[in-house]
Design a protein around this ligand. Sequence first.
Ligand code: BGC
Length: 748
Amino acid sequence: MLTFDRGTGAFDQFVIEETTFDAQAEGGYEAIFCQGNGYLGQRAALEERYAGQTRNLFVTGTFDRFHESEVTELPNLPDLTNLRLSVNGMPFSMEQGDLVSCTRRLNLKTGELTRYVQWKPPQGKPLTLCFRRFVSMAREHLLGFQVEITCAGEDCAITVESGIDGTVTNSGTQHLYEREKRLFGGRILFMEEETVQSGIRCNLYAAHSYQVDGHETATRRLPVMRRRYLGETVSMTVRKGQTLRIEKLCCVTTSRDLLTLDGEAALREAIGMGYEGLLCESAAAWAALWAAQDIRIDAQNGYDQVAIRFALYHLNIMVKKDDDRVGIGAKGLSGEGYKGHSFWDTEIFLLPYYTFTQPDTAHTLLRYRYRILEGARRKARDHGYRGAMYPWESAWIDDGEVTPLLGGADIVTGESTPILTGHIEQHITADIAYAVWQYAQATGDSAFMENHGWEMLMETARFWASRATWDERRQAYVICDVIGPDEYKEHVDNNAYTNYMAEFNMRLALKRLDDQDIRHVAEGLWLPVPDENGIIPQFDGYMALQAIDLTRYKQAESVGDIFKDYNLSQINHLQVCKQSDTVLLLLLLEDRFSPEVKRRNYEFYEARTLHDSSLSKATHCVLAQDLGLDDIAYDYFHAACAVDLPIGTPKSPEGIHSAAMGGIWQCVVYGFGNVRLTGGKLRIAPRLPKGWHRLSFRIIWQGQPLAVDADEKGVRVTNLGREAVGVRVYEQETIIPGGQEYAGSGMA
Ligand code: BGC
């Protein structure tokens, strides 16, 4: 059960707390309590073992393809979290003896995760245990763990076994083979493994220290070396009232790192600083991030404040901000789900956040797409098209398309369901072009456009020009046989989202070069228009599909419940959307549709959308807010937050949903803050939900940081930069000089 810090003042809610222990629910907590720094991702598996755990440690970019029958994925590296304790011969386990209390807290401000346990072994007196850990935000290769055991009632014989455990897999796939295991100087444990296909060497170092009441113990360490495991064990007596502190500091390097680091030397330096010193340094790096990026919500409901900070926390640990050879995984670095692959999630759901708050990170992510352009050209050629057709799923820069071919069980055929997205979910190509343009508009980064952006826009436009075919009957170009964002519909023609975004993509390219082929197709492309009821058909024939009662599926606890009754081919014939499709189009190209068309389509498709993808709810929140459906927007905001941060038990053991984190930011900044980039201009026109008294956030526009401070009446926009910027505040176009503020009123 999750609880949230209500803080003592309006603005100090930074803590997420779990106060019950249920081994079966651990997976969900491991994901949301995940720690990292963009290079490393460490899931929050508990030190001692329980069924239901998934111990995951990832290093960005270390992709490996185990066998040609599988796709490349991010390997799970040897586990460092393991640390087994036994007290008077009894292994410590919260499932044995008497668990008096257990509280786990993730402090989003410092990045530290703690667990306080009061435990009474089956025989013996109660003990208290305090576990702490962090992944350094200041030294990306470093992780620290600490355990304190206080023997309150009696002398205790304690045995500790801890080390580097290479007996891990990715759901059974063994990506690494052992190269070397050894001990340096009797203290530093070292294990080197190599990925089987990509040949990446992964080096893991760990060092332990043991103190009783602050004094180093002279305990004898016995090395334990066995197949795929290297550790040490110590035994000692801790007297009644004494506290034993164990520190385990670890360092991870790989041969794919951007910069080569001597892991052993780095760990020795870290040992000199100790857990506390390293944590302070890391917390200072977090403090700098919060100073630049925190979003403050002064509201009756403390959950809202914690939820946006939770999203900001994950948005900062899922990306390696300086490495353009990797994208962001759909689960960040928090779990094995989606194999570490990047999707359109990055461009449509995450990039708005990075573009408006960390343009350098957005630049890195777009350069990654530039670097995979060659693979996109190859994919286009292989499919018989020109230009660049981006992979639906991407991994390492030269991997090309990495979407698996088979998915879950088909309840009708009993076989695996084929996954067609890698072939025909093509809108990602236009989504990337859209993100390039948004970045260029928001930052004014013409160097990026000259060196990368225009080439990407031209190549993607060339793809669409060759992809569209001439339809005699319609006397228009059409795009047939695709999957739109709604993946419950396969082999559709003229998906409105795809066609409009493709046309937008081609028109962007034409701003640079008047290419006749592109112009011809852009001007002649079929763009589905609203029917007599104002509804834009999601694709040809959508309106003729059967509508069914979706109440049961909409109320279901888990996603994908409809597959218990229908298989994908049957769902193809129903008016059921997995996620927002046309609704998303209305938001991305917002100035192309009238408020009336938006309202009608929102209502029509909302009734038919199951939100079986985490990407969907935030889009509905923002559009509902645009349409003045304030209460619905607020409910969707909560629904978007609850994807990973439910009031109750988290339910996604495969990892957090990266795009949903970007979605939470969009709900707050795009939705309630009503910040939007349209026609090259920035609009800021906040309208706060009912229980909110104040909302403050920062964005960067044209290189100038702007502080936005809104309350129930209006907004103050302060230009914290030096150069003047043009902004529309509510209905007023204005220029705000550097260092100046502008106050606008939202009152009618
Ligand atoms: C969604 C896609 C998304 C993918 C990764 C799928 O369930 O339908 O839109 O890209 O998950 O998050």
